[in-house]
Design a protein around this ligand. Structure first.
Ligand code: SF4
Ligand code: SF4
Length: 432
């Protein structure tokens, strides 16, 4: 795509990087067919190609974002399906991340939106605040159908719908070690995941320990920054990234860490991009690149190491939901399915497996109507498989799908751990 950026605009390294991305787009439109919002809404401006054009116009002329442009960029899920489809290697993620930050700096949203976004950024990345918010949400959850009737209160209703009715107990710290240590890995402790599903990390740790890996929980680590990054709050996201780089570099240099493992694929995609996010920071660029190179999804790592075979194969039929952040953001597609099949599960995949479930970080709160329709479509495809359980690798997807189906939804490592002698996942034990 031809561009006419001014020299002043290109002086900003993020705009210069965006221009490089835009120039790669050849308008072919292959990406439109695999974009969930285009498939649903049928509007070119809600397709990757249309959004690239809108972002080009906005950034090229250093224009103030208009309400129309903001609407179409906000409707993008950042699912990155378009990146998988694009034959020209357009890095849509870096482009839309910059556009969101540009909009955040220059566009004044209606006060309700500003309040909601500020609240989400203040609560979700902090486990203690998030836990307290969920405890409060349980009390007002019965009012959700009433709130849903008022358009202005739909985001609040969406939050209540996603809040669990029972707040899980906190997980214990990992206090076990392998008999013979083959290697040492950091396991991301996360922010929202341990509050919503505290059992996931211990399952991952047991699998790693059984394979001979010492599991390190790094002091000083916090949220990966993805949630605020996707809302355009760049400074907060970079602060989160720097804090985590510091925490992990201390372990990497002190203990010889082999990998930084992530059980929430949305976080994994962000951490694998730290090297790009901090490329202009001389104090962090090299360290961030090193951290990104070590970051791996838990299934990506488990599939690449020698592990003991499943001791107690369960033979259940599992519908595997590929999280966008895992399949499109990280290109990890076969590993989770292969691990499940090797552990004795019958694995099946739904139609339109490449399309998002509508979770997309806080998208299902900020864009509840679209997220509802995308979520219903995804769940219909999953339920058609007649599986006994749905497995996925991202807490956001598990929550988005879980509130729309009676079929139990678990993290892939919960099933792998169960097949290796670990406890039965709680939602399966309640049904047996
Ligand atoms: S990231 Fe997803 S929703 Fe956004 S333009 Fe690409 S395919 Fe469409
Ligand atoms: S597939 Fe790639 S090159 Fe073609 S329109 Fe979409 S982003 Fe542009």
């Amino acid at each position: 795509m031809q561009t006419r950026f001014t020299a002043a605009a290109l002086a900003d390294p993020d705009t210069a990087a965006a221009e490089t991305v835009i120039r790669k787009c050849v308008h072919c439109g292959f990406c439109t067919a695999t974009c969930p919002t285009y498939v649903l809404l049928g509007d070119e401006l809600d397709s990757p190609r249309g959004r690239i054009y809108l972002m080009k116009e906005m950034l090229e002329g250093e224009r103030a974002p208009t309400a129309e442009v903001v609407k179409h960029i906000d409707r993008c899920l950042s699912c990155l399906s378009c990146m998988t489809t694009c034959p020209s290697g357009v890095n849509y993620m870096h482009l839309v991340d910059h556009a969101r930050a540009y909009i955040e700096d220059r566009y004044r949203r209606p006060w309700r939106e500003r309040m909601l976004r500020a609240l989400l950024a203040w609560v979700l990345p902090h486990p203690k605040r998030f836990r307290s918010a969920l405890a409060l949400a349980r009390l007002v959850k019965p009012a959700e159908p009433l709130l849903r009737r008022f358009p202005a209160l739909k985001p609040l209703a969406a939050m209540l719908a996603l809040a669990p009715s029972i707040l899980p107990r906190k997980a214990q710290r990992i206090g076990a070690f392998p008999d013979v240590i083959k290697g040492r890995v950091v396991l991301l402790q996360g922010c929202a995941e341990p509050v919503l599903r505290p059992q996931i990390r211990p399952c991952a740790a047991r699998l790693l320990i059984a394979a001979g890996y010492d599991v390190v929980l790094a002091d000083g680590e916090g949220c990966c920054g993805a949630l605020v990054h996707h809302m355009g709050r760049k400074a907060e996201a970079l602060d989160d990234a720097r804090r985590n780089v510091d925490a992990w570099m201390a372990e990497i240099e002190g203990q010889g860490i082999e990998a930084i493992l992530v059980t929430a694929s949305g976080c994994g995609t962000a951490i694998k991009d730290y090297g790009f996010m901090l490329r202009e920071d001389p104090a962090y660029a090299d360290k961030a690149a090193r951290v990104s190179a070590l970051a791996k999804d838990i299934t990506e790592f488990l599939a690449a190491i020698d592990r003991p075979p499943a001791s107690t194969p369960r033979g259940l039929r599992v519908a595997y939901h590929a999280a966008c952040s895992l399949q499109h953001g990280q290109g990890v597609t076969d590993a989770p399915k292969r691990l499940l099949a090797e552990a004795g599960f019958e694995v099946c995949a739904p139609r339109e497996a490449h399309l998002c479930c509508g979770s997309a970080g806080v998208y299902n709160i900020l864009q509840p109507q679209i997220a509802d329709q995308i979520g219903a479509r995804k769940v219909a495809h999953l339920e058609r498989l007649g599986a006994e359980v749905i497995a996925t690798g991202n807490i956001g997807c598990a929550t988005q799908i879980g509130v729309r189906t009676a079929t139990p939804v678990v993290h892939t490592v919960e099933l792998l751990d169960w097949a290796s002698g670990g406890p039965i996942p709680a939602c399966l034990s309640r049904r047996s």
